[in-house]
Every structure is written in C-alpha cells, then in structure tokens.
Design a protein around this ligand. Structure first.
Ligand code: NAD
Ligand code: MG
Length: 390
C-alpha cells in the first residue's frame, strides 16, 4: 500500500485524482485531503477515501468541517498553517493541485520530504522553479509533471538524451476565441472566456486558456521543469487537443503524445510511474478521428506568449511578478472591472516595471512572496490610474 495525500482534492484535477484512487482503493492509504471553501465536497471526499485528515485553507470554516466529519474518526483542521503542516507529513506520493500562488509553499513543503511530488500547480514552477528544483535535489524528492503537455513531454523523453532535443512543441487548443477578432475579444465576458472548447477544468485555468496566459505559464513551466533554453520552446495551435505535445530531436524526428482530452492520462502516469495502469480513459478511435490541424499562434491577438519570453529573458523574480500580475488581472476581469484584453496589457506593463522593484535570484520563498505582493499592488495602482481600465 502506498500512502498518498491530495492537496486541492475538491478541484478539477483533485477530483480526477480522487476518482483514480477510488478505482484502485486497496492500493492506497490516503493521509491528507485538502480544499478551500467547498466543505461539503471536502468532507465527502475524506469519508469516501477514509483519509486520516481533511484540511480547509479557510480558518472560519473549521467548525463546519468538524461537524461534517463527526463520528468518522477523520481529523479536521483549518488555515494556512494546518495546510503546510499536512504538506510536511511524509507520504509516498502527494499531488499539489491547489490553484494559484498558494500552491508554491505547499509544493515546497511536500518536496522537503524527499518522496514523490506530483505537480499540477504550474504556478510553483513559474514563481519558484529554481527553488523547487533545488529543494527536490536537497531532499531527493522526485518531481513528476501533471500538466497534460508536460506529462506528454516527460513521456516522450523517456530513454532520450536532453542534449539531443532540438525543440519542444507545446500544443494549444486556441481556446474559445481562436477565431475572434481583437475587437470581438475586447468585449467578451468572464462566462464566455470560461467556456473551454475541449478540456473540462477549473474556472481560473479555463479563462487563462482563453487568453493564452495558461500557455504562457506552460512555456515557462517547460523551461523550469526540463531545464531547456527558452528559444527551444515553441507553441503551435492544435484545435483538436489530440496531440498533447511533441518533442523534436536533432535528427528531425518528432515524438508526440496523443490521447483524448482527459486529465487522468497525466495524473495516472504520475501516480503509477514508472508503471502504466488503466485509469479508464476513453481510447482514441482512428476511424473516427477526422483531422489533426496545426497552425501558428497569432501573436497580435495572443500577446501572452511574447510576455512569457520576456519573463524568461529577465529571469529571477520575473516569473513570480508575471504570475501575480496575471492572477490579479484575472480577479479584476472576473469582477468586470477590466476588459479581457486589458489583462495582457497590464501584465506586460507590470513585468516591464520589474526593475523599479529590483530583480534578483528567486532563491527564497520570502523574496518571491514580496515580489508577488508588489506585483499585485502595481497592477491595482495601474488599473486605478487609467480610465481605460474602468
Ligand atoms: P480548481 O479551481 O478546480 O481547484 C483548485 C483547488 O485548490 C480546490 O481544491 C480549491 O479548494 C483549492 N484552493 C483554492 N484556493 C486555495 C488556497 N488559497 N489555498 C489552498 N487551497 C486552495 O483548479 P484546477 O483546475 O483543478 O487546477 C489546479 C491546478 O492544476 C492549477 O495550478 C492549474 O493550473 C493546474 N492544472 C489544471 C488542469 C485541469 O485540467 N484543471 C490541467 C493542468 C494543470
Ligand atoms: Mg496544460
């Protein structure tokens, strides 16, 4: 039996993880499951998996969680410190599937244990890639990707030499606005932006996919995870999302990972690695697969990728500043205080102003947190200063 913990168990990736574990319950001993505001789901998951402890990040929701777990023998805890303490509990395998910057501190805590960290929280690598890699190195932890593109690349790299990789090609669906003009994109609502054509995901990553900020994050994630130069990372639009990503080698060969659009591919691979197990994903039927299209991403309508390259050129705290600006802009967009295209404009300006804060190596959580805070405040100041954004 392997001991496992699920951070962000009530989310989209978390629930997929829960369902895989439930499908093979005898193989796993579940320690911690965590969530935020959805206490009913958190308690149900904890009971279904017979976890040792359920933790909510929301301190004021403790009583509700405790009541729902009464008589089950499952411990309840709440607040950020309780989450960090659960992450410090050693288990064989833990998944970091919390959304946003809050995931970094948890990923670092899990990594300190020296076991396996399955990483869905891409913000961890974007904000603190070097720090997380160093933490894994120190503890001997194994870092396995759970983002579908990065799992695809990881699988295609199996048995290959990194120095023989010519390029990594990340596929992007193009999101719901692939065929919109810039003028049309300017007026879209959060509801329209959240409507991803292929993947069923959490609200924030779905809107990030529509703006291609998600792909921009993934470009940085690729650099940090595989230690590959940024000029070797390409993005190609592939509306069907069947090819999950590709590697081009120095002999011109391309290795592609293909499958249906189901996160259980990536989660299952990280859970059972180095073995493979059937998690029940639908099989590709080549008699029904009509076409696979690929086209260039339009930099004019999707400036996020170019911003990612600026971030990688700047290095240091730029990733943290980029992520925080993007998260702040998403909140403003969700509140309908800025338009869809204003997000890229504000993030671009904030990343461009990093020198006024002072860039340096992102080698401690403290430095990264200060940069995160500065960036969010900078976006708010910018958005208030100009009438354009209100
Ligand atoms: P989600 O919004 O569906 O779920 C997020 C989870 O995090 C929930 O359990 C929520 O309770 C918890 N959470 C939210 N705020 C928190 C906080 N401040 N502290 C602690 N916990 C908090 O998100 P998701 O779509 O499952 O994505 C999770 C992560 O995985 C993100 O980093 C995302 O970019 C990445 N990812 C998701 C997918 C996908 O298919 N959904 C694919 C690839 C990568
Ligand atoms: Mg992805």
């Amino acid at each position: 039996m392997r001991s496992v913990s699920i951070f962000g168990a009530t989310g989209s990736v978390g629930k997929n993880t829960v369902s895989i574990i439930q499908g093979n319950a005898a193989a796993f001993d579940v320690h911690a499951v965590t969530g935020a505001t959805n206490i009913k789901d958190l308690a149900e998951i904890a009971i279904a998996l017979n976890a040792d402890i359920a933790v909510t990040s929301e301190k004021e929701r403790f009583a509700e969680l405790e009541t729902r777990l009464k008589g089950t023998g499952i411990a309840a805890a709440a607040g950020r410190d309780a989450l960090l303490s659960a992450a410090a509990d050693p288990v064989d395998w833990a998944i970091s599937a919390v959304v946003g910057y809050a995931g970094l501190a948890l990923s670092l805590e899990i990594a300190k244990n020296g076991n396996t960290l399955a990483l869905a929280n891409k913000e961890s690598l974007v904000c603190g890639g070097a720090l997380l890699q160093e933490t894994c190195k120190q503890s001997g932890a194994t870092l396995l990707p759970v983002d579908s593109e990065h799992s695809a690349i990881f699988q295609a790299l199996n048995g290959e030499k990194l120095e023989q990789v010519e390029r990594i090609i990340l596929t992007a669906s193009g999101g719901p606005f692939l065929h919109y003009t810039r003028e049309e994109m300017a007026g879209v609502t959060p509801k329209q932006a959240a409507n991803h054509p292929n993947w069923s995901m959490g609200l924030r990553i779905s809107i990030d996919s529509a703006s291609m900020f998600n792909k921009a994050m993934e470009v940085i994630e690729t650099k940090e995870l595989f230690n590959i130069p940024s000029d070797k990372i390409e993005v190609v639009i592939h509306p069907q999302s069947i090819v999950h990503s590709m590697i081009g080698f120095n002999d011109g060969s391309i290795m592609a990972h293909m499958g249906t659009t189901d996160m259980r591919f990536a989660i299952g691979y990280a859970l059972y690695w180095p073995e493979r197990m059937d998690t029940g994903v639908e099989r590709l039927d080549f008699t029904k697969l009509l076409e696979l299209d690929f086209k260039q991403a339009d930099a004019g309508r999707f400036p996020a990728i170019a911003i990612a390259h600026d971030v990688m050129r700047q290095g240091g705290l730029a990733g943290a500043v980029f992520n925080a600006a993007k998260e702040q802009c998403l909140d403003l967009f969700l509140d309908q205080r800025i338009g869809f295209l204003d997000m890229a404009d504000l993030v671009h300006k904030t990343v461009g102003a990093l020198d006024s804060f002072g860039n340096c190596d992102a080698d401690s959580l403290d430095k990264i947190s200060k940069a995160d805070k500065w960036s969010r405040e900078f976006v708010l100041k910018l958005s208030k200063k100009s009438n354009k954004y209100v």
